[in-house]
Design a protein. Structure first.
Length: 144
């Protein structure tokens, strides 16, 4: 009979993976007024073209990708590479979060998908979504 045991180090590795994935989700603010919702997300270092915003009747789904930085050896121009440069340069530390993520927000009132506006400036994505007056409920007259 084989007994499988999980070492404490395996548990720490799994915890580290879960924490790193949780930190990848950006911080958000959601503001409601009488006429609209505003969602702001912190996305420093994300290329505007990688941001995707989709809306349904009562929700917004935002996804994006942050690419890894360029390795050191690719940033050195060939003309500057000389006897003093190290061709085998290695990155010693990188605390930048990279990868893809998706985040969704569900609202109490329906959204007017035709009036969605999104802007991205200084690492902040701001989405304004007007509330819809379109009601999907129907009144039915009861006859005797």
């Amino acid at each position: 009979m084989i007994t499988l045991r999980t070492s404490p180090f395996d548990l720490l590795d799994r915890l580290e993976q879960q924490v790193s994935q949780a930190e990848r989700v950006p911080a958000a603010e959601v503001i409601e007024t009488e006429a609209s919702y505003t969602v702001r997300l912190e996305l420093p270092g994300v290329d505007r073209d990688s941001i995707d915003v989709k809306a349904t009747d009562r929700s917004l789904v935002i996804s994006a990708e942050r690419q890894p930085t360029i390795p050191v050896e690719e940033t050195t121009p060939p003309a500057e590479a000389g006897a003093d440069s190290n061709a085998n340069a290695q990155q010693l530390l990188s605390e930048f979060r990279t990868g893809t993520w998706s985040r969704s927000f569900r609202f109490a009132k329906p959204l007017d998908r035709d009036q969605l506006e999104a802007s991205y400036r200084d690492g902040i994505l701001e989405i304004k979504a007007a509330k819809s007056d379109n009601r999907t409920s129907v009144s039915v007259k009861v006859e005797s």
